[in-house]
Design a protein around this ligand. Sequence first.
Ligand SMILES: [Cu+2]
Length: 141
Amino acid sequence: MRIRTTVILIAIASFLLMLAACGRSGPSNNEKIIKSTKSGDITISLSSASGEIRSGENDLMLSFTGASGKPIDMPAASLKFHMPAMGAMAEMNEVAALTTTGTPGKFQARVNVEVAGSWEAMISFQGPRGTEQATMSVNAK
Ligand SMILES: [Cu+2]
């Protein structure tokens, strides 16, 4: 009886340890895709914890993945949000500050989106064909 209890306790303890380890390694699990687009075999995704872009300061993720969905090395990338001139409103360009993360092809993007509305997310990166550009329309709330 005592031995069996000990064995069960060890089993429970290892299970909890395993859960804790998995939880720690997976902060990317609470990322929601805002938008993605493809350039050749490369998928470019913008994501955030809320899955939204809001007017004001944003902490986003910019990810480049290969055909198989695996992270790919991305030596250089840039991201800016562009809104064309509308009426009396001059065009706006908000450049995101990108920092690398522990995952290849994944950057943390901090950007101040001045106003709510439709923006063009303009991405430039070093692809297999040299410098490539991609754009996606996003909506800031
Ligand atoms: Cu505008």
